[in-house]
Write a protein that binds this ligand. Sequence first.
Ligand SMILES: [Zn+2]
Length: 81
Amino acid sequence: MTSFGPPDPPPDETSAPRCSARGCHHDAAWKLLWNNPKLHTPDRRKVWLACAEHRDQLAAFLEARSFLRDVLPMTPDDAAK
Ligand SMILES: [Zn+2]
């Protein structure tokens, strides 16, 4: 046990990726890849995770700011991480 530094993250019982929408705790089903040209180099990709319910809402938010680059389904490989 360490006495300094950031606390350990809380244990994730399922280790399943979660939707990024505020207050949503559903498992993520989609990855929204985005880039803010004012902050990021053009090849940089930030990732939001979204459940099926919030995918359109989050995508619309990013698209309205011209940040949205790609929307991809989660793969079993992603879920395993
Ligand atoms: Zn959600």
